[in-house]
Design a protein around this ligand. Structure first.
Ligand SMILES: Cc1ncc(C[n+]2csc(CCOP(=O)(O)OP(=O)(O)O)c2C)c(N)n1
Length: 348
């Protein structure tokens, strides 16, 4: 397993070389993103408890996997996320207020700015993997220098869609990254009950695909794996399976109680491997982060979140018809329309 930052914040030998390549600004920004995601996550859980968000999916613990991967992507690359990957989506330009709208059940939370190449999050497990393969195929046929990256969990590897997508990408040599965040569980089902292989990465061989297992709580290692792939992407079109080994620190969703299926001992062991703590230690050791920086950044996080909520408050409240918008081309009841739809049409 590729590892650049040890849990105590020291760099491994391999980590040294990437550390020298990065600017101080890049090093700090990766931490700032992770800190923002942890803050946003906490606020979302609290908004859900107040009844202001619907069920929410926490990403705490998986910040390094999401920031490290998304930070390396280029504007032309296509992202296919799941419900847990709003952190990665935020890093590549999805506005925060849209992420909150998504968790409020509003359709505007799926309508990202056209320049942001992020698809709406996939809730059905693994169904977006063949979509990502399709985007990669299109890019190859059009001779475009772009790749597709599909985010998914370990549970998704039990789905037929995963195998079909990997097979197609392997046979047609498509520029797609299968980015699996193995957080150990599919809701309450541990990985050992999902897979006969010990790791996700060893499945790559069956599709004649390159496979890399990386410490998913190590932002530098994740960043480097993706960056290296992208460096080669223009000349070598091929798929890769990346297994980022990580852990979700909270329940599966706000409707889940993880104490029913995993031990406190296990949770505490993973808390010691928290991706934020180890990277913060490294930055402080290198004199790139201080208490003042932390305080100032937390204020910025608060302000960013407040602004996102204000943007939502200023938006027009959805009408009851909003519930049916984008579902059917026409909505009829007894041959008559009831009221206006979202486009103001009342008599169709
Ligand atoms: C096709 C399909 N089957 C079942 C579900 C119900 N379901 C929601 S989340 C989940 C577990 C997914 O686990 P994993 O892929 O490891 O991702 P994680 O939630 O851990 O990020 C399941 C089975 C679903 N959403 N879609």
């Amino acid at each position: 397993m590729l590892n650049y930052i040890l849990p105590d914040g020291r760099l491994t030998n391999k980590g040294q070389s990437i550390w020298e390549e990065l600017s101080d600004d890049q090093k700090r920004r990766m931490y700032q993103w992770m800190r923002l995601l942890r803050y946003v996550d906490k606020r979302c859980i609290s908004l859900q408890r107040q009844g202001r968000l619907g069920t929410y999916v926490s990403l705490a613990g998986q910040e390094a996997a999401q920031v490290g991967s998304a930070f390396a992507l280029r504007n032309q690359d296509w992202m296919f996320p799941t419900y847990r990957d709003h952190g990665a989506a935020l890093v590549v330009g999805v506005p925060l207020h849209q992420i909150l709208l998504y968790w409020m059940g509003r359709v505007e939370g799926n309508q990202f700015p056209p320049a942001v190449r992020v698809l709406p999050p996939s809730v059905p497990i693994a169904t977006h993997l063949p979509h990502a393969v399709g985007a990669a195929w299109a890019a190859k046929l059009r001779n475009e220098d772009s790749i597709a990256i599909a985010y998914f969990g370990d549970g998704a590897t039990s789905e037929g869609d995963f195998h079909e997508a990997c097979n197609f990408a392997g046979v047609f040599q498509l520029p797609v990254i299968f980015f699996c965040q193995n957080n150990g569980y599919a809701i309450s089902v541990p990985f050992s009950r999902q897979s006969a292989t010990e790791t996700v990465v060893e499945k790559a061989k069956g599709f004649s695909m390159e496979g890399i297992q990386v410490d998913g709580n190590d932002v530098l290692a994740v960043f480097d794996v993706i960056q290296e792939y992208l460096k080669r992407a223009a000349s070598q079109k091929k798929p890769i399976l990346i297994e980022a080994v990580t852990y979700r620190l909270n329940g599966h969703t706000t409707a889940d109680d993880p104490t029913k299926y995993r031990s406190r001992l296990e949770e505490n062991a993973w808390r010691k491997k928290d991706p934020l703590l180890r990277y913060e230690k490294l930055l402080r050791e290198e004199e790139l982060w201080t208490d003042d920086d932390e305080q100032a950044w937390m204020k910025d996080c608060e302000e960013t979140f407040k602004q996102a909520l204000t943007t939502i408050e200023r938006m027009e409240k959805p009408s009851k018809q909003h519930l049916f918008a984008h579902v059917f081309a026409e909505r009829r009841s007894g041959g008559k329309w009831h009221g206006a739809d979202d486009h103001g049409r009342s008599d169709l």
